[in-house]
Design a protein around this ligand. Structure first.
Ligand SMILES: C[S@@+](CC[C@H](N)C(=O)[O-])C[C@H]1O[C@@H](n2cnc3c(N)ncnc32)[C@H](O)[C@@H]1O
Length: 281
């Protein structure tokens, strides 16, 4: 039986119910807003990564990379001081040579890309270094037994036979190279293993094949730390642009998971191997 009191309590309960429904509605709206905001952050990062220009130099946009402990530049400088005729193969923009305080008496460099040749020449011509246009896989435009030092950092390819040919007897080839495990975690965790194309460099076999003696061979892991998902997408766009245009569409779910992982942990770390090689003719 309804009493005035129970009518009052029903009214009160209805009031509470309305409040609860309103709270649920507000909660839902703020949850949806939060999800939308997170999605739009992800979307925004994807757009930034997709529109960043990939023509410039360096892959590490919004990422930081550690360096191997041996200090390649310093080691090149020590060898340049003792050399008479030196060649830097695939010099890029010539930054390594430009950083060397005392170059060999006669130093030359080769480079394939016209835009790099222009930059390298600006840096190196005032130091008396000629930058010679030469394709990575073409024969080197120098005579046999010309150089007592040949250097190359991160060459796209190493033409061992050509290097052996242009070295003087007793001359050395000194190089830092990118080995097989190049940001493997990235390919493994995000885009699948199918993109891994690089084979481990068999320096000993390559050198032995052309009669060069291995003086030093070191391998070191370096870490690349990506500070947001845009940095990862940008890196892949650059790296894979040589193979084909990279689209994030087939990997949108994986990238979204990676975005959430980076938000939880602060960054994503991938590992790369570097080799230090010194061989003598
Ligand atoms: C990786 S670069 C290294 C250049 C230089 N030895 C250095 O350590 O700064 C080796 C060669 O790759 C070529 N290369 C490949 N991708 C490139 C890119 N995105 N930008 C400029 N050069 C590139 C250049 O022609 C260059 O000679």
């Amino acid at each position: 039986m309804l009493t005035p009191g129970s009518v009052g309590s029903i009214a009160l309960n209805r009031g509470k119910e309305r409040c609860i429904q309103r709270d649920i509605f507000q909660l839902r709206t703020s949850y949806d807003t939060m999800i939308l905001r997170r999605l739009s952050t992800f979307q925004q990062l994807v757009s930034e990564a997709e529109s960043a220009p990939i023509e410039g130099w360096g892959y590490s946009w919004r990422a930081t990379e550690t360096r191997p402990p041996w200090q390649y530049g310093r080691m090149v400088a020590e060898r340049m001081e003792r050399a008479r005729d030196a060649l830097d193969v695939q010099t890029g923009r010539g930054e390594i040579l430009a950083s060397v305080p005392r170059l060999a008496v006669r130093t030359v460099a080769t480079e394939a890309r016209p835009e790099n040749i222009v930059q390298a020449a600006k840096l190196l011509r005032p130091r008396g270094v000629a930058v010679v246009a030469n394709h990575d896989a073409s024969p080197l435009p120098f005579g046999d037994d010309t150089f007592d030092l040949v250097t190359s950092r991160h060459p796209a390819v190493t033409e061992w036979k050509e290097i052996a040919r242009v070295l003087k007897p007793g001359g050395t080839f000194f190089s830092q190279q990118v080995d097989a495990m190049s940001v493997l975690d990235l390919f493994h965790d995000v885009v699948g293993q199918s993109h891994v194309r690089r084979r481990p460099l068999d320096v000993e076999a390559a050198a032995a094949d052309v009669g060069l003696e291995v003086l030093d061979l070191r391998r070191e892991f370096v870490r690349t730390e990506f500070h947001d998902v845009a940095a990862v997408i940008y890196f892949l766009r650059r790296m894979l642009s040589k193979v084909s245009a990279f689209s994030i569409d087939p990997y949108r779910t994986e990238f979204h998971e990676l975005h959430e992982r980076i938000q939880r942990h602060g960054s994503f770390i991938a590992h790369t191997t570097r080799l230090l090689v010194e061989v003598r003719k």
